[in-house]
Design a protein around this ligand. Sequence first.
Ligand code: CP
Ligand code: NVA
Length: 306
Amino acid sequence: MTLKHFLQFRDLAHDELAYLFERTAVIKDRFKRYEPYHPLADRTLVMIFEKASTRTRLSFEAGMHQLGGAAIYLNTRDSQLGRGEPVEDAAQVISRMCDLVMIRTFEQDIIERFAANSRVPVINGLTNEYHPCQILADIFTFIEHRGSIAGKTVTWIGDSNNVCNTWLQAAEVLGFNVHVSTPPGYEVEPERAGLFGTAHFEQFADPIDACRGAHLVTTDVWTSMGFEAENAERAKAFANWRVDADMMKVAAPDALFMHCLPAHRGEEVTAEVIDGPQSVVWDEAENRLHAQKALMEYLLLGRLAS
Ligand code: CP
Ligand code: NVA
């Protein structure tokens, strides 16, 4: 197997994503039928967290266990990683003792440097710039509910953050459109989002306009991890960028609502929307498990016939 990392969404080509979405469905079905499936027996995943997590840690740890392997949790507080050991040295050592690494960290540059010195595949479990595993699960969730996402319109309301950037990359690879509405001063930066161009997204000043005709409306917290010092300033700037029933009303009649979670009801989304009939947030969260199992299997074993 050639060494393959998943550091940003576009690291996977269209045909690899198509395979992964099919594979996710197979793996999910086996899990639902309590069918043991241990293709990663004796393999070890190391998970490095420099930021908090519930879903990412749980889905990777449970997923690796369910595939027959083991997962080890490291964080910055209790390891030498927080005491200034160069990331290149840490990568050399850690990747000699395991088969796969997942990292949640700050700048994308950190994970890129780790991967450049790793003997095993590295997966991005969230950086300031990207959250590719989240969008893998989100698009699988869209496909489960509505079929192919190609040609559809996804509306992003709020901060042009790591999750937004990843939706934009996914739109380029999979051929759908993203309508983005952010407060002034928080617009998408195509270069930071790692985009090839601007053909797949449009920015709207008014969030209602961004939602018109959308097949999926999605949002995220106003303040991401690592930006807490900007909390008060952001709360003011984002006050009109709350997904509510009026926004869902102008979207397509069968539009879905997604949120990567954790959510703040009354801030970026009303309780009526996130707890309402168009919301698929619990499926979305569960699908992190299934999609990442397919991803880990693919990075370690390649394409499997059944
Ligand atoms: N959506 C997501 O990545 O959640 P956690 O921060 O809980 O991992
Ligand atoms: N944008 C959020 C996502 C959390 C899963 C953050 O980076 O904190």
